[in-house]
Write a protein that binds this ligand. Structure first.
Ligand SMILES: C[S@@+](CC[C@H](N)C(=O)[O-])C[C@H]1O[C@@H](n2cnc3c(N)ncnc32)[C@H](O)[C@@H]1O
Length: 271
């Protein structure tokens, strides 16, 4: 039985201890009441409580859904990070993007997959689904629908592109999402996580990001302390390849299924 969907009704626990080790799986509880999309899914409390300004308001979507803004938020690294995801994809692949991303991320993925491929963009927030549908109108290989990344039963896909989602969700959601993304690919599948990472100690922007996370993004700093593979139930079943960029501030982690599962943790490479 798959019991990985562990939605929260309040972000308070994680906000008070955002850098704790990944928690063991909790029992499933009902999602908090919130606005529902056509799929009937409620927007989780952590999202409406923490991120309405960024993802759930008309103003937020108008302000942030511009490539230049995305570039600025990522200190000029958006293009290199998006390019590094695109470089992992092959034309004709079927790919899951479990959460919407501002700017032209989805369009670039869809183009890389070509007309023979398929990009399934999903998001828990109805306003984001509507926005991304407009951006991908006319792109035949793309579908956009409401779905919770923490809900099991996706795929099988050739690849998953999980771009800056994990830092925005509480710990048990991180665990559920990581495991669901791993479950969503077939035996030769590739799971790509791009997200924040602990910058080098002397990184001049580290204090700035620390302040931003403390004030606005309470679930982000956990990724400064925990490896993404730490959230996997069976990390030894996968090879984990991590590269970091911009003085360690961002990470790309590629997970591929091992043919022979291992128990010990593999070493990681850093650039
Ligand atoms: C991918 S992240 C942010 C990426 C990046 N900051 C950007 O440029 O947009 C933002 C999206 O994650 C979505 N999201 C949050 N929790 C989710 C969940 N459990 N399932 C699916 N989507 C989720 C939010 O609705 C939002 O649209």
């Amino acid at each position: 039985m798959n019991d990985r969907f562990v939605p929260r009704t309040t972000p308070a626990d994680d906000a008070s201890d955002p850098i704790s080790r990944p928690a063991p799986r909790a029992a499933a509880t009902a999602p908090a009441a919130g606005s529902c999309g056509a799929g009937g899914l409620a927007v989780p409390a952590y999202l409406s409580d923490t991120y309405t300004w960024a993802y759930l308001s008309d103003l937020g979507t108008r302000v942030f859904d511009k490539h230049l803004i995305v570039q600025a938020i990522l200190w000029g690294n958006a293009d290199r990070l998006i390019d590094s995801v695109v470089a992992e994809l092959k034309p004709g692949w079927r790919v899951l993007q479990p959460a919407c991303v501002y700017g032209d991320f989805s369009l670039r993925l869809a183009r890389a997959l070509g007309p023979a491929g398929r990009l399934d963009v999903r998001d828990i927030a109805p306003i984001q689904v509507a926005l991304t549908r407009r951006k991908l109108a006319g792109v035949a290989q793309a579908t956009v629908d409401q779905e919770d990344a923490a809900a099991p039963g996706k795929g099988p896909y050739d690849a998953v592109a999980c771009f800056f989602l994990l830092h925005e969700v509480p710990e048990e959601y991180k665990r559920a999402i990581v495991n669901n993304m791993l479950d969503a690919v077939g035996p030769d599948g590739t799971v790509i996580f791009v997200d924040y990472h602990r910058p080098h100690a002397a990184h001049p922007l580290k204090p700035v990001m620390s302040l931003v996370f403390d004030r606005l993004e309470p679930f982000a700093k956990a990724l400064w302390n925990n490896a993404i593979e730490d959230y996997a139930d069976r990390p030894g079943d996968w090879t984990w390849t991590k590269t970091t960029v911009f003085g360690g501030m961002y990470q790309k982690v590629i997970a591929r299924r091992r043919s022979q599962p291992r128990v010990t943790r593999p070493s990681r490479s850093c650039i």
